[in-house]
Design a protein around this ligand. Structure first.
Ligand SMILES: Cc1cc2nc3c(=O)[nH]c(=O)nc-3n(C[C@H](O)[C@H](O)[C@H](O)COP(=O)(O)OP(=O)(O)OC[C@H]3O[C@@H](n4cnc5c(N)ncnc54)[C@H](O)[C@@H]3O)c2cc1C
Length: 489
């Protein structure tokens, strides 16, 4: 069904997440007319539900805290952490520009940077925390976009294909998901910012057949299903490093999902003890991140573990899913969290460790032995546990009933590969020739350029580059449409 009526604009932005806000602001500030199309019935994508942390280099906030950083130091950390797979040109571009081009730019547009956290692989703390997390950051930029006069944010409108004429992208065909009608939008330049594919398990497995025997959970925003990858590829664009993905391991299957594919990310379990499915500790639980935590779990047979907490720790559990928050505000709905602990088939429970072991299907002697030994390390006042090197200062023992064991396993969160672009975010074809009129940024482009992270991310290296490449794409798209001088121009 077609409505027949087509719409024309200067710059069309597809996706309303990080790229959506950054590209639209940039293009509008250059003087272009902008329309943003969004598939879901809500705006914001992964950006608006993200932690909001951005890896930024040598900022006033770092200096205020006495942290000495530099683009050279960050470049070296980034390249070695990416294990030879990061795109050096894009990394250099980003680390040189991130202070001025992201930190200051966002600050001038309403984002308040309030903290800097350390993360694995970084020589110094770089993970810059905005006020209000990802929601706070996205809403501040969205408010700026509205104040600049970008009022065409069109939800429930899925782009299905690009319209290409004589090798140039001139528009898109969309489906209105409420009415089923199709429609065409024409533009002088198009920025694709449709995000990743970590919420499409079939696509994850297509690019990571080695994981087919494991229980892998879907874990990004609901819209992250890889639409843009197929659409750009059909228009001649190329995909690169598609097997490089970032998995987290502190997640259990969502028992409310009829397909049992989605995962729930669990936080607030700082004192949990991880044991494998046989009941043995195997890792320093301090290192829960996408690199060491996930690798440690992937090395177990099966690639899952139990995160054990006691009755005192239960109070701090946070479930990173909108259902477990009170509507409209970011306040934890503790009743729902408590209910999850009691009803999820992926959480085992017991009023004693013996009862917990039975529920976990682990021998009582093994589990009791593991937990008793761990508690003894705390009692003996050791600085680090002698088995796996976990820092022991201030640790809570597992001692107060009831006891819980959460069945953790890998959850696909972020895509480090995607559409290949040049440094202007112009999509290139298999001959590395630019497809005129077509730009790609953010997670669709492996966060920027195709593979800015490589095989591992320093954290904050997803949202940061997505916003930054969104800006770059927006500026060059505006210039293509006849406005402004391009990024930095
Ligand atoms: C829970 C969570 C926490 C995170 N925390 C952090 C963090 O702290 N730091 C960090 O660096 N990264 C983090 N990330 C990753 C980061 O949020 C993303 O990489 C980033 O938002 C990507 O920006 P984007 O604009 O490319 O995609 P998104 O922000 O996901 O936006 C893409 C939008 O495009 C829409 N779309 C998809 N297909 C179509 C279509 N066919 N037509 C129209 N619209 C379409 C989607 O619905 C979505 O709204 C987190 C991710 C998640 C899921």
């Amino acid at each position: 069904m077609s409505s027949g009526k087509s719409i024309q604009t200067d710059v069309l932005v597809v996706g309303s997440g990080a790229v959506g806000v950054a590209a639209s602001i940039e293009a509008k500030e250059a003087g272009a007319q902008v329309i943003v199309l969004e598939k879901e019935d809500h705006l914001g994508g992964a950006a608006a539900i993200s932690g909001g942390g951005c890896c930024i280099v040598d900022t006033p906030l770092q200096r205020e805290k006495g942290i000495q950083d530099s683009p050279n130091l960050a470049f070296d950390d980034w390249i070695s952490w990416g294990q030879g797979s990061a795109d050096e040109e894009w990394v250099r571009f980003y680390v040189e520009q991130s202070c001025q081009g992201l930190y200051e730019w966002a600050k001038e547009r309403g984002v308040d940077w309030v903290g800097v956290n350390p993360n694995e692989g970084n020589s110094v703390p770089r993970w810059h925390r905005p006020e209000g997390g990802g929601g706070g950051l996205w809403h501040a930029l969205y408010a700026t976009a509205l104040s600049r006069g970008i009022d065409s944010w069109i939800p429930s409108t899925a782009v299905r294909e690009l319209i290409v004429e004589n090798g140039r992208a001139i528009g898109v065909r969309v489906e209105n998901l409420e009415t089923g009608e199709s429609q065409e939008y024409f533009a002088k330049a198009i920025v694709m910012g449709t995000g990743g594919f970590a919420s499409n398990l079939d696509m994850v497995m297509e690019h990571r057949p080695d994981l087919r025997d494991h229980r892998i959970l879907e874990g990004s925003h609901v819209g992250a299903r890889g639409d843009g990858h197929h659409i750009v590829q059909e228009a001649g664009g190329i995909l690169t490093h598609m097997g490089d993905m970032w998995f987290y391991s502190f997640a259990i299957p969502d028992h409310r999902d009829p397909n049992q594919r989605r995962g729930l990310v669990i936080r607030g379990m700082a004192d949990a003890v991880w044991v494998n499915m046989q009941g043995h500790r195997f890792h320093n639980e301090e290192l829960t991140g996408g690199w060491s935590g996930t690798r440690a779990i992937m090395a177990q047979e099966p690639a899952q573990c139990w995160a054990i907490i006691d009755g005192a720790m239960r109070e701090h559990v946070v479930v990173s899913d909108p259902y477990y928050y009170q509507e409209g505000i970011s306040v934890r709905d503790y009743e729902k969290v408590a209910e999850l602990l009691e009803v999820s088939p992926y959480i085992k429970r017991g009023s004693t460790l013996e009862a917990l072991a039975l529920d976990m299907d682990v021998t009582v002697e093994t589990l009791k032995g593991t937990i008793d030994r761990y508690n003894t390390h705390i009692d003996s006042g050791l600085e680090k546990d002698p088995d796996f090197g976990r820092p022991m200062a201030g640790r809570q023992k597992i001692e107060q009933p009831p006891f819980y064991a959460l069945n953790y396993g890998p959850l696909a969160r972020k895509n480090f590969g995607g559409v290949k672009t040049d440094l202007r975010c112009q999509v290139v074809d298999k001959n590395y020739r630019v497809i005129e009129g077509l730009f790609a940024a953010g997670e669709l482009a492996g966060m920027a350029g195709g593979h800015i992270n490589g095989k591992a991310g320093l954290e904050g290296t997803m949202l940061g580059p997505a916003l930054f490449s969104g800006r770059v794409a927006g500026a060059w798209a505006a210039r293509e449409a006849g406005f402004g001088g391009g990024f930095g121009g």
